[in-house]
Design a protein. Sequence first.
Length: 191
Amino acid sequence: MNRNQVLPQVELPTEPNALKKVDFCAPQSYKGAGFLGISDLPRVAEEVSTAIPGDGFDWSIETHFEDSPGSEPHQILDLGLKGRLHLVCQRCLQDCAVELDEKRRFVLVLTEAEADAYPIEDEEQEPLVVNQHFNLLETIEDEVLLSLPLIPKHPDGFCEPHVSSFGDEADEEVSNERENPFNILKNMKKN
């Protein structure tokens, strides 16, 4: 590819099925944005506690080529995700809204060998192996799953008290007021 060549920019479609086959090997750059509901992301849908209308993710994609010293320019993919879903709070076991606002940068490579050779020290971008039929929808879903908190919970002070299925606090107070069994032995010793 000529370093001075101006490449066409292709607008990505917003339909989820159209994102399943994107040709990142073509000499062009991409730009696009849209919204994906929870139902468009089946693996994410398995994680949610409640599917509320309006939950989902706004996504944006933009690719461009960057010069790299001593080699051909690398194609860079910038991915933005912003949205909300509901998970189970691990403190109170109630629904908890989780907001995500993520930005990721990938350098697009054609082979696993190129990905393995990419420097681990580069924390700003990671390699992503692409082909002519790349599933961008799956990559978006992967990034949503990787962004979920390990232990979802409400902010401090916002959890609703969890009602125990073994009784309420009034029953506990009654059991604490029972006579200590050792008091009987104490009385027997006095006699």
